[in-house]
Write a protein that binds this ligand. Structure first.
Ligand SMILES: [Zn+2]
Length: 225
């Protein structure tokens, strides 16, 4: 896996004070962005790099992966560090894998079996509403200081406003591979195998929010880069 020359990390220093503009306590976020990104890096063939990225971003080691909610800045730093040390394609692949792993973890441990069964047996529009409603109720675990919403008109969309993962980042392509892959796996598993999720607008590109379109997988394939 090709790596870039490692620049010094500036995204997060554990224990550092909150930015002056934020007078309130730093937002908390679920630990999966850290845990699953670490495992994705290992799976992509470089355990030493995975441990280095983990330590650079969070000062944690593979033996001290978080078991509860963390400071949002740790998760953001982890994602940023992956993008710093890998080229764009490898970073996207790792973060997508982390998103898939997060969805699988949620399916195995967090979304009740009964609720999964109801969604799988419901017509897709109802199943989507049930899933999106559950995501909205638990958005604090994955969106941190961002705000999650979902709409079905005029198109079915999941949105994150003020997405922490691309705050202060500017790119020419949608950047939220982690969220896109998590949402895609959940929708494909619980709503319909014929649907997929793709990020079509991203705050990192200057858009007002990060917007994830739910669309048929055929359309997904046709329009995917
Ligand atoms: Zn985005």
């Amino acid at each position: 896996m090709p790596t870039r020359t490692r620049p010094p990390l500036t995204a997060f220093t554990p224990g550092a004070p909150t930015a002056p503009a934020a007078a309130h306590a730093p937002a908390r976020i679920g630990p999966n962005a850290i845990i699953q990104t670490y495992h994705a890096l290992v799976a992509h063939g470089d355990a030493a790099l995975a441990a280095e990225v983990l330590h650079d971003a969070t000062r944690r080691t593979p033996d001290t992966l978080p078991g509860a909610m963390v400071d949002e800045r740790e998760a953001v730093a982890m994602v940023h560090r992956v993008r710093q040390v890998l080229d764009d394609d490898d970073a996207a692949a790792v973060l997508r894998d982390a998103g898939v792993r997060t969805a699988r973890y949620l399916l195995a441990n967090r979304i009740p079996r009964l609720a999964q069964g109801v969604m799988r047996w419901s017509p897709a529009p109802l199943a989507f509403r049930l899933l999106a409603g559950a995501m909205a109720r638990h958005a604090w675990t994955f969106a941190g200081s961002g705000r999650f919403e979902w709409v079905t008109e005029p198109r079915t969309m999941l949105r994150i406003h003020d997405c922490p993962m691309c705050r202060d980042v500017r790119t020419s392509r949608p950047l939220c591979d982690y969220y896109a892959a998590t949402f895609d796996t959940l929708v494909r598993t619980l709503v319909s195998h014929e649907l997929g999720v793709r990020e079509v607008r991203c705050r990192a590109m200057g858009d007002a929010c990060c917007e994830f379109a739910v669309m048929s997988r055929d359309a997904h394939r046709v329009t995917s880069p």
